[in-house]
Write a protein that binds this ligand. Structure first.
Ligand code: ZN
Length: 341
């Protein structure tokens, strides 16, 4: 089985974006604020948006199951206040739940949280609870920078975030550390802000003793871990300077990297530097990079091709494709096993 742990509903029917635009207008003019019930998307529209896109590509590429969360760049936690984020997260999570009900063999949901800059993360817990208990979500996406590129929240090791971690441990769900749209023009959203955030999250973990406080907390650092694997020697050296344990001991029981690295040399490096037990298959399809690589003639985000070309044995490849994901996402494993998979 091949499990893609990183997919977003980037192809949702246009009505979703139209509702969001009205909501944004409603921040300035409350008479324009739409109600959640005014968004109407039929099951047929959802089916079509998935069958023509993600599911078609999953079938072409031989992927079985995708952990599916709301479109990351649309989370835009910096827009409006907590109530705006709350209404938006609720709608987006419900849509991913509906995808998972319409295609139960192929999609299982992960939740976005109603984060808002300057607001206590504990306010996100009711949505997290709803998504896990009612919608069967197996993970959350945690935005370490709800300001959208200004980084004015405390770092991930700060007690500010602990209420979320306590709930994650109670439910045994991991968090993908995933920022959203950059509203700071210095940082391109998917080309800079995402990768900066991945690297920043990794370094925040390294510089702290977070996993001493939460030995079973699990973070997935997406997009191949940002710069972390490429600069592994720098990070090892910094940990040494800070009198931290070796990274295997200090971080690698809790931190995992996905394979959303869109070329062969990047995957070769990832699989050479990072232990195989810490690598999770993912493509983030259909996402930021949708084109075809003229050097290979294949889609950049067809990441299975790169894993197939890595020199490794079948057991290790199976860890990346399936068994690591079952370990890091126990609720996914339980949901699959309940269906005899
Ligand atoms: Zn993503």
């Amino acid at each position: 089985m091949i499990i893609d742990i990183h997919g977003h509903y980037t192809t949702a029917p246009k009505a979703l974006e139209q509702w969001r635009n009205r909501q944004i207008q409603g921040i300035q003019d409350p008479t324009q604020m739409p109600r959640a019930s005014e968004l109407r998307i039929s099951d047929d529209e959802i089916r079509e948006s998935i069958e023509r896109n993600q599911l078609r590509l999953m079938r072409e590429r031989g992927l079985d199951v995708t952990i599916f969360s709301p479109r990351a760049s649309f989370m835009a936690h910096h827009i409006g206040d907590f109530n705006v984020s709350s209404a938006w997260a609720s709608i987006c999570n419900e849509l991913c739940y509906r995808v998972s009900r319409l295609f139960p063999d192929h999609f299982i949901p992960a939740a976005m949280l109603p984060q808002s800059p300057g607001v206590d993360p504990a306010t996100s817990i009711p949505e997290l609870v709803r998504c896990v208990e009612q919608y069967g979500n197996v993970a959350i996406n945690l935005n370490p920078d709800p300001s959208g590129g200004h980084w004015n929240s405390p770092p991930l090791f700060d007690r500010h975030w602990y209420p979320i971690y306590e709930k994650m441990i109670e439910y045994d769900v991991p968090a993908m550390i995933h920022v959203s749209t950059s509203c700071n023009p210095n940082f391109h959203t998917t080309g800079a802000h995402y990768l900066n955030a991945d690297t920043t999250a990794f370094m925040q973990c390294l510089a702290s003793n977070l996993f001493e406080d939460f030995p079973t907390l699990r973070f997935v650092i997406p997009h191949g871990g940002g710069a972390a694997p490429y600069h592994w020697g720098r990070f090892r050296g910094l940990a040494q300077e800070m009198n931290k344990p070796l990274l295997d001991e200090h971080l690698l029981k809790n931190v995992f990297f996905d394979t959303c690295v869109y070329h062969q040399p990047g995957i070769d490096l990832l699989t050479r530097v990072i232990p195989v037990d810490n690598i999770l298959f993912a493509s983030e399809m259909i996402g930021a990079v949708r084109g075809i690589d003229p050097e290979t003639g294949h889609y950049y985000d067809d990441t299975k091709r790169y894993i197939e070309s890595v020199d490794m044995d079948a057991d290790d490849r199976r860890k990346i494709y399936e068994t690591n994901a079952r370990r890091v996402y126990p609720r996914l494993d339980a949901a699959l096993k309940a269906k005899g998979r």
